[in-house]
Structure formats: structure tokens, C-alpha cells
Design a protein around this ligand. Structure first.
Ligand SMILES: CC(C)(COP(=O)(O)OP(=O)(O)OC[C@H]1O[C@@H](n2cnc3c(N)ncnc32)[C@H](O)[C@@H]1OP(=O)(O)O)[C@@H](O)C(=O)NCCC(=O)NCCS
Length: 223
């Protein structure tokens, strides 16, 4: 029989403290979970927040134990990816955080290490790729898809049948209209409304959004 799982949060910054709060809300509903602390390069990251828990190590010196489960609380897609690769290479296992106030369709598919924050919506037959984040009030409509390491900021919306490739970042209140495809590692500025398919590495701003290719994919993607 599985024992108690020890949940570790990677990143003790602002989003890490938010994820800690969500975990605290979930623990009464997850009797087989306990909180094991934060992994952060800065051992003093929580010095000003003593009630939030403590930094128990860094991702670099962490050695996984069989009952450990990891969630990465870092909001920048490329750093999420780099951290996940580092930890997966050591044999770490990841868990998914879904706040109890979020709506997640029972026909949606949710990957490992995903964080679904309070009041987010995940529609039927959608697919959320590993290590993506749906921040507060973010929404993925029916049949919407995200690749891996996609980050939706608060109130970002992917409408039905839209598709975001790996590493896309959507700023707060950004929208992708139904059925459009966003190329990998693109950034959509806060408040932008994307009405067209975007090339990989695009930056899109405004309503309707104008875009240009600006970002390279992470160098290690080619290795
Ligand atoms: C798009 C974005 C990534 C650009 O960041 P940046 O490269 O640091 O850009 P800057 O702040 O230097 O701004 C560069 C120009 O773009 C404009 N700009 C920046 N963000 C914009 C946006 N969302 N919509 C329209 N114009 C924007 C600025 O006004 C500035 O214009 P100027 O050159 O005429 O003065 C960023 O502004 C953004 O929207 N980030 C989303 C943040 C967010 O939602 N975070 C959620 C945290 S939970």
C-alpha cells in the first residue's frame, strides 16, 4: 500500500507561496499527502514569511525519495522546463495541483506537474500538457490544447479548439479566439486578443493583436 506522499514545492517566490496556499486548501481532501517544504536556491527566500514553511534544499542538491512528489512553482516557461529536466534526470516524480474551486471537466486530460489555480476552468475534451500552469480564472475551452510548460496568467483565455504549443506564455487577460494555433515559445502580452495563428517564437500585443517573431526556443531543446 502506498504511504504518505511528501509534496515539495520548487520555487519559494511569490507564485511558490500561492501554490503553498492552494496545497494547504487541498490537504484536508488528500489524506495521503503532506507538505514537505520548498526547494529553492535561496535558503533565505522565506525569511520574511515565517508561517509559510521552510526551504529544505535546492533543486540542484535535491535527491529524490520514493514518497516525494514535486510541483514546480516557477512562472517562466523556459525556467519551468529547465527545472523539470534537471529534476526528472534525477528520477524525481511530479504531482498535479488542482485547487478544489477549479472546474475541470471529467473528459479533460491533465499532464504531470500541472498547476490549476483557484477558479480556473478546463473544458471538455481539452488537453493540458505536462508542467503547464492555469493561473486564477484562466480558462481553456472545449477541445483546447496546451503543449508542455505553457503558462496562462490570471484571466487568460484559450477559446474552444484553440491550441498552444510548448512553452507559450499568455499574460493576464490575454485571449486566443476559437480554433487558432499559437507556435511554441510565443509570448502573448497582457490584454492581447489573438485573432490569427502565430508563428513559433512570436510576441503578440494589442487588440486585435499584432505580432512578430522575437523569441528563440530554449537552446537545450536542440540537444
Ligand atoms: C508583453 C510583455 C512580455 C513585454 O515585456 P517587455 O519586453 O519587458 O516590454 P516593456 O515593458 O519594455 O515594453 C515595451 C513596449 O511594449 C509595450 N507593451 C508592453 N506590454 C504590453 C501589452 N501587454 N500590450 C500592449 N503594449 C505593451 C510598452 O508600452 C512599451 O511600449 P513603448 O516602447 O512604446 O514604450 C509584458 O509587458 C507583458 O504583457 N507581460 C505579461 C505580464 C503578466 O501578465 N504577468 C502575469 C503574472 S501572474
Amino acid at each position: 500500500m502506498a504511504g504518505i506522499l511528501n509534496i515539495l514545492i520548487v520555487g519559494a517566490g511569490g507564485f511558490g507561496r500561492e501554490v503553498y496556499q492552494y496545497l494547504t486548501d487541498m490537504l484536508p481532501l488528500q489524506p495521503s499527502w503532506k507538505f514537505g517544504g520548498f526547494l529553492d536556491r535561496n535558503p533565505d527566500a522565506l525569511r520574511s514569511y515565517p508561517v509559510t514553511g521552510s526551504v529544505v534544499g535546492s533543486p540542484e542538491n535535491y535527491m529524490p525519495k520514493s514518497d516525494d512528489r514535486i510541483v514546480i512553482a516557477i512562472g517562466e516557461p523556459a525556467i519551468r522546463r529547465k527545472t523539470a529536466i534537471l529534476l526528472a534526470g534525477k528520477g524525481a516524480e511530479f504531482t498535479t495541483i488542482v485547487h478544489p474551486s477549479a472546474y475541470v471537466s471529467n473528459t479533460a486530460t491533465i499532464g504531470d506537474g500541472v498547476v490549476i489555480c483557484p477558479f480556473a476552468f478546463v473544458g471538455p475534451d481539452s488537453n493540458i500538457g505536462a508542467h503547464s500552469i492555469l493561473n486564477t480564472y484562466a480558462s481553456v475551452g472545449h477541445d483546447g490544447t496546451t503543449g508542455e510548460f505553457v503558462v496562462l496568467s490570471p484571466y487568460a483565455v484559450i477559446n474552444g479548439n484553440a491550441s498552444l504549443s510548448d512553452g507559450v506564455f499568455m499574460g493576464t487577460h490575454a485571449t486566443v479566439v476559437p480554433g487558432k494555433t499559437i507556435g511554441a515559445w510565443s509570448k502573448i502580452g497582457a490584454g492581447a486578443v489573438v485573432t490569427r495563428t502565430l508563428e513559433p517564437g512570436s510576441l503578440a500585443l494589442g487588440n486585435p493583436a499584432t505580432s512578430r517573431v522575437l523569441y528563440a526556443k530554449p537552446a537545450e531543446e536542440n540537444s
